[in-house]
Design a protein around this ligand. Structure first.
Ligand code: ADP
Ligand code: ADP
Length: 225
């Protein structure tokens, strides 16, 4: 993983401040959760980190390199969305290999990396399956495999489990946490679910109305008077 430094980051929509001068340091290899109610700015912050949304002011640095104006594909990040954003007309292997195709990685290496990524999410037997034929949990694993296939130093996840039922969600929380530890990747995880944040995180940043209201380890955050 690599450390992330966010300084005075602001994003406005018209006259509405979605992010209000956010300062945040994420440690190398850390699992940090952004926890806050709907509309608090979690997705906006994540999309700015991913490069899909352009902040109005402030800066973002990965490992000391300013990336604020760098396009998404040059940031070496993996992203997992709430709705998975898989390509339904392509099979599992093609979906997972897609980021490598964009980067013009050769066939043999692509096949090898796709197999390894699918091994990590326990889907190696499903290379040829169509997305339509998969369960919700399996689709989520495909999205995870696609996010890690080029070995990013940073993994961003926006409510990745919200479409799953409770039991599967709890199971996937543990799997995602294990995967994070195995890869050593700096992870920023967005949720509005307090229990999920407590279960998964090294630290929790509580976000409210575009500001970080509080940031601490799960235990300290909820045992404080
Ligand atoms: P969260 O992820 O915490 O639910 P968001 O970051 O998606 O919050 O949104 C923060 C606020 O910014 C919300 O009030 C939302 O309606 C607003 N917002 C987000 N994207 C846009 C946009 N493209 N145009 C206008 N307002 C937006
Ligand atoms: P999330 O579920 O991650 O909070 P939303 O459902 O709020 O996301 O938003 C989905 C998409 O719509 C995002 O691309 C966001 O930027 C955009 N969006 C959200 N709120 C508004 C808004 N008030 N006006 C325009 N676009 C918005």
């Amino acid at each position: 993983g690599v450390p992330i430094q966010i300084r005075q980051l602001s994003k406005v929509y018209g006259s509405f401040r979605a992010l209000d001068a956010v300062d945040l340091d994420v440690r190398s290899g850390e699992f940090l959760t952004l926890l806050g109610p709907s509309g608090s700015g979690k997705s906006t912050l994540l999309m700015a980190l991913a490069g899909f949304s352009r902040p109005n002011s402030g800066s973002i640095a990965f490992d000391g390199d300013e990336v604020t104006r760098r396009p998404p594909h040059k940031r070496n990040i993996g992203v997992v969305f709430q709705n998975y954003a898989l390509f339904p007309h392509m099979n599992v292997a093609a979906n997972v290999g897609y980021p490598l195709r964009l980067r013009r990685v050769g066939r043999a290496e692509t096949a090898d990396r796709v197999r390894r990524a699918l091994d990590l999410v326990q889907l190696s037997s499903m290379l040829e399956r169509t997305i339509d034929s998969l369960s919700g949990g399996q689709r989520q694993r495909v999205a995870l495999a696609r996010a890690i296939v080029f070995e990013p130093k940073i993994l961003l996840m926006d409510e990745p489990l919200s479409a799953l039922d409770k039991k599967l969600r709890e199971h996937m929380q543990i799997e995602i946490r294990h995967l994070h530890e195995k890869l050593g990747v700096t992870t920023i995880y967005v949720t509005h679910d307090q229990r999920e944040a407590l279960t998964m995180s090294d630290r929790i940043a509580v976000i409210n109305q575009g500001r970080i209201a509080q940031i601490d380890k799960p235990r300290e955050l909820y045992e404080a008077p």
